[in-house]
Design a binder for this molecule. Structure first.
Ligand code: NTF
Length: 836
């Protein structure tokens, strides 16, 4: 039947409800309105920043209207929903993305033109939302884009850090310096504070079991802080579907602690308010390492507690019994960071909802799904038992109980196997004892997945081997990562996007949501006119990058050279070291040549961009080496026309958007078995950049899709790595013997060709001794692969064919495919159509 209008005069409401502004006059009216009211400015005192803000607020109006319709539909239809819990969302800029997804870029550009502003300049005013470290955070952002675009009822939950990933500065000596990233300084038009959405979150205090025949306990005392919601709208591509990313900010509960205040201790009162705000003040800048810091555990619990409270409130609104929770809610754990959600849900069910333990455990293990993103031991989270006891005493009891029941079941299946029990216990023995979060995430989840085929196999055969034996292999599977073709092709490479639409003869809305369609362009690799257009676009993207570097850093880049790019967090396992040593080898080779010989060499420009964790000393030393090698190379009149090297500071999503479309070749050269997936490899290939890499992570699947003749692989394979490492320790051979070429490179570094050689010794020693990442073992194979790249590049037409074939076979790597796999095989989620 017809729903009753909830309040007031229906006609007055309906006559005044706004519709989307989609024509140029309407858009201009809306922008000017924001200039006058929201910003309190006028035409004669408006600068680019103001105009950007007004344009952004006007786009946000449209997003909010779609968001309202989407959320209303979810409320009415009561579909099962999925929640993506991620401590990191590396969103980048929002304006261009929103304009493209709303299909309003043309109209907005026309409107800002009329108002006297150039849209491209306005886009540059926006600060990146950099609430993440690297691939894990960017993956979360791509998945939000795909969820909305595939019309899936998925929300993200994260933290609203006051400071995102640090800003990287490079000192004249080549040292990385860190500065804070005050990204909220200029106001953030993309977020909406929800003052009506707040939850109390408790820390410390004491937990007392009731011992009344139930498993219940009462947790009281300690510190209470408030979680305040901020919503960020996530527009789908060419659909009304607009999802939500809810970010929590921590606030003191009453401005300051009244108890201390009344006791006359003003300082303590204010101190406690500071400590509440501190929880969401900064993103931890460590990638692939854990530190066991109390504040980090506080962040994790604060965020999972607020998110769960919010989900449960929403679930209760539909009035179903709590046992049906998993039929309405799926929660994806992005790595182990949100694992505290598992004991927290148990606490809510057992202590607050009075659900029997076994039922509560059933509900819990049917709700959660866990994605593992690394098998590197230093990245596996463990929390000291004493810290957990102090900060979250009730959760420690629950973890102990989970562990007790779990180990009983293991004992039943493998009677008398004491070693197995010790290996599988959630509690690792030692001083102190530690809680193994990956094990807790695993046993508390319905399914566990890795992020590429090889990685998912490694998860099953290494870190979770015992769990596969205990629970059966069915629980463990793979979802190969993906990237959104909206940002990583249409937005960052508009010319290529237009060429694709023209050649497919379909609007981009079609192929951007069905990336396998690119395959239809494969025959055009044989079409000389198409190749010419393709190559010209690549060339203009190289000039765009050169222009960017000229205007931001004042450096002049040779755009006739091959552009060779490695951009990712700096880590020994990713082996930027191999790359820089390879560059030095190339330099020495050029120096050995006569001027005549050099003229035959294909010029190359090598780009690096990478942030190192502030406490990762060797990583910082590698940056220093790159910067100092660049200084010598770029100033050498004999070689600079053939080899240039740039370290671009402060790598970000926005910088990636300029670098990726300009690349001829990109490097993904981790030691085999160490890079779980990699996702920038997909971005480069989608933009027609070829791949030079090891047989690792998603490189392998890219090779399968594009064909081995279009990629350059080298190096030891995963099954061989362990043995090589063993030999490096127990039967060491000198670098001179493994690779004379490398030995020469190490010696020129050590002798000071790039400044004081002594400072690099600690880095060089990691190769001379132990060589955990197989730099020396892979060096000759790497140099050989570089040579193959050089040779291939000489045949320009063939190279362009490879570039076309690569881009056109990347359909599998759309994050739409990945998110649909999660929706169908994990969450059991259906799309929800939002009526016009
Ligand atoms: C990263 N993991 C992996 O190192 C990348 O290979 C992968 O592409 C991304 O996750 C996304 O899946 C991590 O950042 C972490 F934290 F898990 F180590």
């Amino acid at each position: 039947g017809k729903e009753k209008w909830p309040r007031g005069d229906e006609k007055t409401w309906k006559e005044n409800m706004r519709a989307l502004e989609t024509d140029v006059p309407g858009i201009s009216r809306n922008i000017v309105n924001h200039v006058q009211t929201s910003l309190a400015r006028q035409a004669y005192n408006l600068d680019d920043l103001g105009a950007y803000q007004a344009a952004a607020l006007s786009v946000r109006d449209n997003l909010i209207l779609n968001w309202n319709d989407t959320q209303l539909q979810y409320t009415r239809k009561e579909p099962k929903r999925a929640y993506y819990l991620s401590l990191e969302f590396l969103m980048g800029r929002a304006l261009d993305n929103a304009l493209l997804n709303l299909d309003l870029k043309k109209q907005y550009s026309e409107s800002t033109d009329k108002l006297g502003f150039n849209m491209e300049d306005l886009l540059e005013q926006e600060r990146d939302a950099a609430l993440g470290n690297g691939g894990l955070g960017r993956l979360a952002a791509c998945y939000l884009d795909s969820s909305a675009s595939m019309e899936l009822p998925v929300w993200g939950y994260g933290l609203r850090y006051k400071y995102g990933i640090f800003q990287q500065l490079i000192s004249p000596e080549g040292q990385q310096l860190e500065a804070p990233d005050p990204w909220l300084e200029n106001q953030n038009p993309w977020e909406l504070p929800r003052l009506d959405v707040q939850y109390d979150v408790r820390f410390y205090g004491s937990a007392d079991r009731l011992n009344d025949g139930t498993p219940r306990a009462v947790w009281s005392g300690g510190q209470e802080v408030v979680a305040q919601a901020y919503d960020v709208m996530i527009p789908g591509c060419f659909t009304k579907s607009t999802n939500n990313l809810r970010l929590w900010e921590s606030k003191p509960k009453r401005g300051f602690d009244l108890n201390s205040f009344n006791a006359g201790d003003y300082e303590r009162a204010v101190e406690s308010s500071n400590s509440a705000s501190a929880i969401t003040s900064v993103l931890y800048p460590n990638d692939h390492t854990t530190f066991g810091k109390e504040l980090r555990l506080k962040q994790q619990y604060f965020w999972t507690a607020a998110s769960l409270a919010d989900m449960i409130r929403r679930f209760k609104n539909i009035g179903k019994p709590i046992t049906q929770f998993p039929e309405y809610v799926a929660i994806q754990l992005n790595d182990t960071h949100p694992t505290m959600a598992i004991p927290e849900l148990m606490r809510i069910l057992v202590d607050e909802e009075d659900v029997p333990w076994d039922t509560a455990w059933q509900i819990t293990t049917n709700t959660f799904f866990y994605t593992n993103h690394t098998v590197l031991p230093e990245a596996l989270e463990k929390w000291p038992v004493p810290l957990m006891q102090h900060l979250l005493p009730r959760h420690l009891q629950i973890i102990y109980d989970i562990n007790m029941y779990f180990l009983q079941a293991v004992e039943k299946k493998f009677p008398g196997d004491r070693e197995r029990l010790a290996r599988m216990s959630l509690i690792e023995e030692g001083f102190p004892q530690q809680i193994r979060m990956a094990f807790l995430a695993c046993i508390g989840s319905r399914k566990v997945n890795g992020v590429a085929e090889l990685h998912s196999e490694l998860v099953k055969t290494t870190i979770l081997k015992d769990f596969v034996e205990f629970e059966g292999a069915g629980k463990f599977s793979n979802v190969t990562n993906g990237i959104t073709p909206r940002r990583w092709l249409d937005q960052c490479n508009p010319e290529l996007s237009a060429l694709i639409s023209k050649s497919l003869n379909v609007p981009k809305q079609v192929w951007l949501k069905d990336l396998f369609m690119l395959k239809k362009l494969l025959p055009l690799a044989e079409d000389a006119a198409f190749r010419k257009e393709w190559a010209e676009i690549k060339q203009r993207n190289k000039e765009r990058l050169a222009h960017h570097v000229r205007t931001t850093l004042g450096l002049e880049i040779n755009t006739n050279a091959m552009f060779d790019v490695q951009i990712k967090r700096l880590h020994e396992y990713k082996r930027q070291s191999l790359n820089i040593l390879g560059v030095i080898h190339r330099y020495l080779t050029l120096k050995d040549m006569s001027a005549e010989e050099r003229k035959k060499v294909n010029p190359r420009v090598v780009f690096f961009a990478a942030k190192a964790a502030p406490g990762y000393w060797i990583a910082k030393l590698i940056i220093r080496l790159i910067v100092n090698v660049a200084r010598i190379l770029n100033a050498d009149p004999e070689t600079k026309d053939y080899l240039q090297l740039y370290f671009l500071p402060d790598y970000s999503v926005s910088l990636a958007e300029v670098l990726i479309p300009a690349s001829d070749i990109s490097q993904h050269i981790s030691t085999a078995g160490t890079e779980a997936s990699g996702t920038s490899n997909m971005k480069f290939c989608l933009n027609g950049g070829l791949l030079l890499g090891t047989v690792d992570g998603a490189n392998i699947e890219i090779g399968e899709e594009v064909g081995e003749s279009n990629v350059f692989f080298f190096g030891y394979l995963t099954p061989e790595v362990e043995q090589v490492r063993y030999n490096n320790i127990y039967h060491p051979r000198p670098v001179e013997e493994k690779s004379p070429a490398l030995a020469r490179v190490l010696s020129v570094v050590s002798q000071g060709m790039f400044g004081d050689g002594g400072i690099y010794e600690p880095f060089l020693n990691t190769i001379r001794q132990g060589d955990y990442y197989l730099i020396a073992d892979d060096f000759d194979s790497y140099i050989n692969a570089l040579k193959m790249v050089d040779d291939a590049y000489l045949d320009k037409e063939e190279w362009i064919k490879k570039s076309i074939r690569t881009a056109c076979t990347m359909g599998k790597f759309s994050s739409d495919r990945a998110i649909m796999e999660y929706a169908e095989s994990y969450w059991n989620l259906e799309p929800v159509k939002i009526p016009a």
